[in-house]
Every structure is written in structure tokens, then in C-alpha cells.
Design a binder for this molecule. Structure first.
Ligand SMILES: *[C@@H]1O[C@H](CO)[C@@H](O)[C@H](O)[C@H]1NC(C)=O
Ligand SMILES: *[C@@H]1O[C@H](CO)[C@@H](O)[C@H](O)[C@H]1NC(C)=O
Ligand SMILES: *[C@@H]1O[C@H](CO)[C@@H](O)[C@H](O)[C@H]1NC(C)=O
Ligand SMILES: *[C@@H]1O[C@H](CO)[C@@H](O)[C@H](O)[C@H]1NC(C)=O
Length: 577
């Protein structure tokens, strides 16, 4: 036995010497590449020779990044990641190409957008004739009684005249039609749809909405804000299967644009059924998560009306249901939109002198529900476009803050489009996130001046630089499908403010710098939805969500921002192309 033990001891001593020798050999070996199989700390992916903008203020630029198990292992110089390169490490020499954190779109209606990919597109429709022709073509493919959906029209493009059911009734007599204005706050329906919805001469405007009528008191077919609900309740429900397909289509589209996370605001107009977001959570998102079909991360907002239900879910599960699905908070509406003359202003519309816009929520209720949600730890986001709506919501947030102390509120105002000068510093002072959409400038630059007059428009529209100077945290987004999901275009718009076909900037002194714009689409957006510990910058420990651009230098990025990304990675894996 004693001999056996001695033999065992000397065998293990010999083994130890051999292992040590191998170790020393490996350590001294200049290439050290094979260390990967000795230590399991080797990276799955290493990017080298890149121009990495991290959105992390402590180390804004880097050359190299190492990734393991979907997370960032190290960011630094090429030399600093050398020891993380092992046998199975995929190495990418980017030859100077620019790498950015994956974009976070702070305001989308993801499944609705996915469904619209298959609908009639009326963007850029130039005239009444063009409008009628497109609808005639779309109706041809439909069977008797099938609904025709479309969206994206903008009457301002053809001089402002609002469309009416009478334009299309004779070509759509067999099919109900619902065509949403580009801002999502106004729909044109034909007479058959009015009939199905039971909207007649004697129908009254619902709270927070308007049924347009002729001077003779007959509905024209135009429905604003909550009046759209009258038609939406009679539209056959979209099947879970179609909504699932829409999620996948929408996610792939987002990835193509470099977007790796979206904040999904759910329903898109005041008065839309409050259950939609919950149905999407159970039928679509949970299905996609459990069957491995989530392609981008989503942070979900639910109608404020359902805060109690969300609060139960939040208590039970916390902020994340999985690495793909996050609970954002609750969303409400204060007013409508500029394009539909329903954004709420202190002064009346220039082109509609008795109209100040619409307040679409009861503010007593809004205050109560915000207090309760905030106390329950739910983030509260309120849609406000007109200057008066923004002031009212800032006042409301301030009241809630004085009651619920010691809470990291991060209240959000969605859009914050038109502000009185004093309001810009209130966002910073009160810590309210400005969730804004630069690309709306492209549509509004021309029309805002018609709607509210040149002075008011130039003094108070899309005040991104003033908001930053006032200390506000900006979170950029698109409001897709209202505007296209396209962070690179949005960033360019925020930097240049040049509308299509124009040569000069609209309110040039509100333009912002490239890094501020990038931050608003990355770390600012992540902070804006409580996700800054997981995403938003290329920092060790966060998810390896990033994009590669065709540009080679920071200078090139500043002067000619590329219009598309070359590749999008999620969890360190290539997701596009
Ligand atoms: C890094 O990329 C540049 C192109 O920007 C190339 O000229 C250089 O050879 C690359 N360096 C290495 C070590 O691959
Ligand atoms: C609605 O009003 C219009 C215009 O006054 C009128 O021609 C029409 O007959 C009315 N419809 C009904 C059902 O009363
Ligand atoms: C708001 O809360 C107060 C106090 O709890 C209550 O008296 C009031 O009825 C509530 N208002 C609405 C609109 O819910
Ligand atoms: C831009 O110019 C306007 C008009 O001169 C001024 O009121 C505003 O404060 C300026 N904004 C910034 C950010 O400098």
C-alpha cells in the first residue's frame, strides 16, 4: 500500500512538472494563440483594427473589442485584447471601419408597423388624383367585403385640402376602407365603413376626438384621435398568427437599419383598445421568446389605464421577462398631433383660429394614475406635442415628484415637439426624459409654419440643442411607422435639420453634434428606459449589440454619414445581413 501511495505521489509529481512545462512553453510562445483551449477565458469574437465609438464617456474611442457568451469582455487597444484570442475565436480585422453600439429606437409601434409593411402605402401621394388612383389599384385585389387598410397620406403635400369619403366612395362601394394619415392621428374611412361603424349625421364627437362633418352636418369620413376608435372596434381582429409574422418582419427590418432594441409604445392613438398591448405580450412576444424567434430586444409600454395589471406583473417578474423582453412602464396621451390640428397649444392654430387643439385625457385621472404608477415603480411616459400639453405634463410630473419622494422616476415626455422657451430648461431641472423624433422635422419644417405661424414655429419647434443646454437627457426614436425606422437618417437630420429638397437648415442653431446625436440613440435611449446597465454603450459586461458602418474615420462620419449599416450584431452574433 505504502509503495502504491509513493508511486502515485511520484506519478502526480511528474504530471505536475509536465503540466508546468507545457504552461511555461505556452506562456513564452510568442503567438499565444492556442492559450484559448488552456484557459476558457478566450473570446468568441474579437474585432480589431476598428474605429469604435463606445458611447461610454470613460473611454469614448477604442480599437478593439472582445466578446464572449453574447457579452462584451473587453474594449481597448488591439494589444489589450491579444490574450483573449484563442483557437475558436472569430477574429475580424475591420481595417479602420467604424463600429457603434446597436441603435435603440425609443419610440416605435412595432407590431402595428410590421402589419403596415403589407398595407397600402400612401406616403408621398402628390394629388387627389394620385390618391384615388392608388386606392383604386388596392381595391382591385380584394374580395367582396374585405377591408382595405392603408396609411401615410399627408394632405399638406397637395396643398392642404382634406380628403373625404366622397373622393373614393364610387370606387370602393364593396369594401370598407380605412386610411390613416401619416401622423396616425386622423383616418379617412369610406361611407361603407362609416355605415358599418354606425357613424351617422347624429353621431356626437367622443371625448378626445372629432368626427368631421360638412356644413350640412354629414360625416365626411375623417375621424380624429379617439373618434378613430368608432371604426377600429368594428374592424375584424388581426389574428395572432398575422401579428407574429408582423413581429418577425418588423424585427428584420429594424436589424437592417442597425436597430437592436426598440421601446414599443404599443397602441398608437388615444382611444385605441387598451387590451392590444396585453394581447401582443401574451400572443406574440411570449410566443416568440419561448420559440427562439426574438431577434431584437424590446422594452414594452402599456396603456396607463392598465397600470395595476402591469404593477402586478412587475412585482412578480421585475424589469426583465427574459434577455429579450423588458417591462418599460405605462403610457398616456395628453394631446393629439400637429398635422391633425389636435396638438394642444397656448395660442390657436393659424389656419384654424378657433382651434387650440385637443386635450385627450382627463388630467385629474392622469395625475392619480401617474402617482399610483410611479409609486409602484413603473416608469410613466406621456405623449405631448403642443406647447400647452408639454407645460401641463411638466406641471403634472412636478406635482407627482413632490409627493413621491426618493424615487428614480425618469418620467418621459414623448415627442416634446413644440415648447415655450422656458420649458426647455424644465426637462433638465426636473429630470424628465425628452423622447424625441428628429425625422419628424423633415415633414414638419414646412407645415408647422402654416399651422402655427412662422414666429411660433421658429421659436419653439424641436429644440434639441436648447434641451441639451438645459441639461435634458435626450432619447431619440422614429415613431415608426409614422416615420421610417432609420437611425442614421435621424442622426443626420438632428445634425443638419435640412428638409428634403431644401438647401438650408430649419432653425439651424438647434442642430446638434454627432456625438450628442449618437448618444441620444444609444446610451441616452438606454437610460431613458432603465436599460443602461445592459445596453447602450460598448462597455465590458453589457450585451454585445453593435453595428459596423462602411465609414472609416470619425471625420468621415461627421461630414458624410453613411445612409446604411454594413452589418448588425446582437449578442455578439451577426443578425444582418
Ligand atoms: C488596419 O487597417 C488599415 C486600414 O485602415 C490597414 O492599412 C492596416 O494594414 C491594418 N492593420 C492591421 C494590423 O491589419
Ligand atoms: C344626413 O345629412 C345630409 C345633409 O344634410 C342629408 O342629405 C342626409 O339625408 C342625412 N342622412 C340621414 C340618414 O338623415
Ligand atoms: C383622484 O384621486 C382623488 C383622491 O384620491 C379622488 O378624490 C378623485 O376622485 C380622483 N379623480 C379621478 C378622476 O380619478
Ligand atoms: C436660437 O436662436 C433663437 C433666436 O435668436 C434664440 O431664441 C435661441 O435661444 C437660440 N437657441 C440656441 C440653442 O442657441
Amino acid at each position: 500500500m505504502a509503495f502504491g501511495r509513493r508511486l502515485a505521489t511520484s506519478v502526480s509529481a511528474a504530471a505536475a512538472v509536465a503540466i508546468l512545462a507545457i504552461f511555461v512553453f505556452l506562456l513564452l510562445n510568442p503567438s499565444r494563440k492556442h492559450l484559448g483551449w488552456v484557459r476558457d477565458s478566450a473570446a468568441d469574437l474579437v474585432l480589431r483594427n476598428a474605429t469604435i465609438y463606445t458611447s461610454d464617456a470613460s473611454i469614448p474611442f477604442a480599437e478593439a473589442m472582445a466578446v464572449r457568451n453574447g457579452r462584451i469582455l473587453r474594449v481597448g487597444s488591439d494589444a489589450s485584447v491579444q490574450d483573449l484570442i484563442g483557437e475558436r475565436t472569430r477574429e475580424m480585422n475591420l481595417e479602420g471601419k467604424v463600429v457603434l453600439p446597436g441603435f435603440i429606437d425609443s419610440h416605435v409601434h412595432l407590431i402595428f408597423g410590421g402589419l403596415q409593411i403589407g398595407h397600402l402605402k400612401l406616403h408621398g401621394t402628390k394629388s387627389k388624383e394620385d390618391f384615388v388612383m392608388k386606392i383604386e389599384a388596392a381595391v382591385k385585389d380584394k374580395i367582396l367585403g374585405e377591408w382595405v387598410f392603408g396609411g401615410g397620406w399627408n394632405n399638406d403635400i397637395w396643398g392642404g385640402e382634406l380628403p373625404a369619403a366622397s373622393w373614393i366612395d364610387d370606387i370602393t362601394s364593396d369594401n370598407p376602407v380605412c386610411l390613416t394619415r401619416m401622423d396616425g392621428h386622423m383616418s379617412l374611412v369610406n361611407s361603407l365603413a362609416l355605415k358599418i361603424a354606425g357613424i351617422t349625421n347624429s353621431s356626437l364627437d367622443p371625448f378626445g376626438g372629432k368626427i368631421y362633418k360638412t356644413i350640412n352636418g354629414e360625416p365626411t369620413g375623417l375621424l380624429i384621435d379617439s373618434a378613430m376608435k368608432l371604426v377600429h372596434t368594428v374592424i375584424p381582429e388581426v389574428s395572432a398568427n398575422d401579428r407574429r409574422k408582423a413581429l418577425i418582419k418588423a424585427s428584420n427590418y429594424a436589424l437592417m437599419k442597425g436597430v437592436t432594441t426598440v421601446v414599443d409604445m404599443g397602441r398608437y392613438f388615444p382611444g385605441a383598445p387598451v387590451d392590444n398591448s396585453w394581447q401582443d405580450l401574451s400572443d406574440v412576444y411570449k410566443w416568440a421568446d419561448s420559440s427562439g424567434k426574438m431577434l431584437i430586444r424590446v422594452c414594452l409600454f402599456f396603456p396607463l389605464q392598465t397600470w395595476l395589471r402591469l404593477s402586478d406583473l412587475f412585482k412578480d417578474k421585475g424589469r426583465s421577462l427574459s434577455q429579450w423582453i423588458y417591462i418599460g412602464g405605462v403610457k398616456a396621451f395628453a394631446d393629439g398631433s400637429l398635422g391633425s390640428n389636435s396638438a394642444l397649444f397656448h395660442e390657436p392654430y393659424e389656419d384654424d383660429p378657433h382651434n387650440y387643439g385637443l386635450q385627450v385625457s382627463n388630467f385629474d385621472w392622469l395625475l392619480n394614475a401617474t402617482l399610483a404608477s410611479d409609486k409602484a415603480g413603473l416608469q410613466v411616459a406621456v405623449h405631448a406635442i403642443g406647447d400647452k400639453a408639454n407645460d401641463m405634463v411638466l406641471d403634472l410630473f412636478s406635482s407627482v415628484k413632490s409627493v413621491n419622494e426618493d424615487i428614480d422616476h425618469r418620467f418621459r415626455i414623448e415627442h416634446a415637439q413644440h415648447l415655450v422657451p422656458k420649458a426647455t430648461s424644465r426637462f433638465g431641472a426636473q429630470g424628465v426624459i425628452a423622447s424625441v423624433q428628429p425625422d419628424h422635422i423633415l415633414d414638419d419644417a414646412i407645415f408647422a409654419e402654416i399651422k402655427i405661424g412662422k414666429n411660433r414655429a421658429q421659436r419653439g419647434s424641436y429644440l434639441f440643442r436648447s434641451l441639451l443646454i438645459g441639461g435634458a437627457k435626450l432619447a431619440f426614436g422614429s415613431d415608426w411607422p409614422v416615420a421610417d425606422i432609420d437611425p442614421l437618417r435621424s442622426i443626420k437630420t438632428a445634425m443638419t435639420r435640412i428638409p428634403p429638397g431644401e438647401e438650408t437648415a430649419w432653425i439651424p442653431n438647434e442642430s446638434i453634434e454627432l456625438d450628442d446625436a449618437l448618444n441620444a440613440y444609444t446610451i441616452g435611449a438606454a437610460y431613458g428606459c432603465f436599460m443602461e446597465k445592459e445596453i447602450g454603450s460598448l462597455s465590458a459586461g453589457k450585451y454585445a449589440d453593435f453595428v459596423i458602418l462602411p465609414a472609416s474615420t470619425w471625420e468621415e462620419l461627421k461630414t458624410s454619414l453613411p445612409s446604411s449599416v454594413s452589418a448588425t450584431f446582437v449578442n455578439g452574433m451577426q443578425a444582418y445581413p
